[in-house]
Design a protein around this ligand. Sequence first.
Ligand code: NAI
Ligand SMILES: O=C(O)C(=O)[C@H](O)COP(=O)(O)O
Length: 384
Amino acid sequence: MRILADQNIPLVDEFFGELGEIRRLPGREIDAQAVAGCDILLVRSITRVDAALLAGSPVRFVGTCTIGTDHIDLDYLHERRIGFASAPGCNADSVVDYVLSSLSMLAEEQDCRLDRCTIGIVGAGNVGGRLWRRLAELGARCLVCDPPRALAENRDDFVDLDAILGEADIICLHTPLVTTGDHPTRHLLDAARIAALRPGTVLLNAGRGDCLDGRALRERLAEHGDLYTVIDVWEHEPAIDEALYSLVDIATPHIAGYSLDGKMRGTELVYQAIMRHFGLPARRKLGQLKPEPWLRKLMLNGWAPPGEALSLCVRACYDVRRDMVGFERYRRRLGMAQAFDRYRGEYPVRREFSTLRVDLKKNNNDLREALERFGFKVRLANKQ
Ligand SMILES: NC(=O)C1=CN([C@@H]2O[C@H](COP(=O)(O)OP(=O)(O)OC[C@H]3O[C@@H](n4cnc5c(N)ncnc54)[C@H](O)[C@@H]3O)[C@@H](O)[C@H]2O)C=CC1
Ligand SMILES: O=C(O)C(=O)[C@H](O)COP(=O)(O)O
């Protein structure tokens, strides 16, 4: 079989080498000519997969090593009986780590505590659901909006979006981009809702750029400057609105899910789906291929102050400031659009919180619980 893969997908040789010949291209260069001679197409979110790309090609299977599928014309694949797989949940923990790193940083700057905040979560799937669990365990009050789940599961513990806008100190957007049906998300946060945000609200978007009206946000920030914003996903990536970028507190180039663990898990999930589709045994396992993290453990004294020790572990494992500063450095050198893609292509290795083990020399329940709630593994060293 002939396989064409986005060059930013890790472990392609290791997982797919046995299936045939592999060719790699930058995602934005995958065009109709490139797919003309391939049976399996492996993409990430920047390649639009539709009739314009695939008509007349021999492609029999499309895999996207991402959670989002808004770049894929699923109806077209279905009509043409082209097999398809995405990688649900693959990098959900990485996005949650990104959110916790960003919120911890803001909490530190503003001298406030997350467990005393009301946090609105919009979209409670793999990402929002896991964030909800971790924040609720931390003691934060969470208001969660997910109308499709509220309807399907007949639950009454969800609230509507406007209630969140009026009450939450922090609002985290984790919705997919949906343009049809009863619950579309394009400009879910539109000009009216952005105007309704209370001064001082922290607004974070790590879903899709189009879920939020960027122009309205830019106008509010330019006129009032009264929100804290964390924006990872943007309209018109990679040529994003520079004026908005310059007003945002934490601005990153769509890397919330970019841990090595999340990306490799995405490859493995698509590999498993392809082997199932073609009736072949899936012998390769990610466990055999994943490198050891370079920071495997930290040792803390039991009397470490929980707040400080927690933010030290967060920063040691993943400090969102690294990406803000790194992206800005690229932007100055290359200009926005090129910097956006290049930073992602050359993304430094990042590991999930769950890869870091924290050894506590003496038990300290508050610290142990806080670390575990953030996703770190904790071991009591004096019990070994
Ligand atoms: N910034 C990044 O690097 C990443 C971004 N993403 C984005 O995050 C999105 C969510 O990821 P998952 O949670 O894994 O997806 P998921 O499919 O598990 O969950 C999405 C949730 O959003 C809900 N939803 C749909 N329409 C809604 C609406 N109008 N209002 C409120 N909730 C609504 C769904 O019912 C579902 O529970 C992805 O579709 C992708 O676009 C995902 C991974 C990385
Ligand atoms: O998984 C998703 O959905 C994402 O948004 C990806 O993490 C984005 O990565 P790329 O597909 O743009 O490399």
